[in-house]
Design a protein around this ligand. Structure first.
Ligand code: PGA
Length: 253
């Protein structure tokens, strides 16, 4: 895992956008895995800027979002579908047919998961996956558990996630309890991964992700097994002076 401590949210967003841009320039028909939430917002803004300056072309790019709340229609302002169009897709030249987001209002979630997984396999998997991290160490909506699902599946959201995400809803009761998420195997099969973490509330999970220990109770810790992960991380969580060739963080967890 390459670790890049950064001093501002804006620098993190610019660096992540640069990595995505480089990927698309090198491989115009790139398959991108995309994340939602507060973390990647700045990166999407930067990518839109690069597109508007004529530096990026999304016409051959395919995207797969990590997850979607079950029970929310694409028009729901808190759905990830809505978020993606509002913050990114409406502002770049991506083709509608190349955009994939699990259907939150599906009548048959199990079938939807199967279809979603098949679509990812059909294009040969994800070239570059963008990830945030939950306060409980989840990636996508793969919640801490003794067992993790490999493929796209329906998941019961943890209380920690429901609490954390309630900031986007009117109140806690409005947060959906279930979601569809790509599984850990799908994420781990991505050829390259960019993980972003900003804000002191991400310190606990990030220390675990860089500890050298792997546990399904911290799903993001599995990323330590992947051979091409770049972690762009808030300097307050992970000062530059602690970055070494070793994966281990010097502090005891
Ligand atoms: P955030 O969420 O970017 O809104 O902090 C990250 C996540 O839950 O994966």
């Amino acid at each position: 895992m390459k670790i890049k401590p950064i001093s501002s949210y804006s620098k993190m967003s610019k660096l992540a956008a640069k990595i995505v841009a480089k990927q698309i320039i090198n491989k115009p028909n790139t398959v991108l895995g995309l994340a939602t939430g507060g973390t990647p917002l700045g990166m999407y803004r930067e990518l839109v800027k690069l597109y508007k300056k004529g530096k990026l072309d999304f016409s051959k790019v395919t995207t797969f979002n990590l997850d979607e709340y079950l029970g929310l229609s694409p028009e729901h302002p808190q759905s990830y579908h809505y978020y993606m169009y509002e913050n990114f897709f409406n502002h770049v030249n991506i083709e509608e047919k190349n955009i994939h987001i699990p259907k939150g209002d599906t009548k048959d979630p199990v079938q939807e998961c199967l279809n979603y997984g098949r679509e990812i396999e059909k294009v040969g998997g994800i070239d570059l996956q963008v990830l945030g991290i939950g306060v409980n160490g989840h990636v996508g909506f793969n919640e801490p558990n003794i067992n993790l699902e490999a493929k796209t599946h329906v998941i019961q959201l943890s209380n920690e996630t429901i609490r954390a995400n309630s900031r986007f809803f009117k109140n806690l009761d409005k947060v959906p309890r279930k979601a569809i998420t790509m599984g850990m195997a799908t994420i781990m099969k991505s050829k390259k991964i960019v993980l972003m973490a900003w804000g002191i509330e991400k310190k606990k999970p990030i220390l675990k992700v860089t500890s050298g220990h792997i546990a399904t109770e911290v799903p993001a810790s599995l990323l330590q097994v992947h051979n091409d992960v770049i972690l762009i991380v808030d300097k307050k969580i992970y000062p530059s002076s602690t970055v070494s060739n070793s994966l281990s963080y010097p502090e005891k967890i």
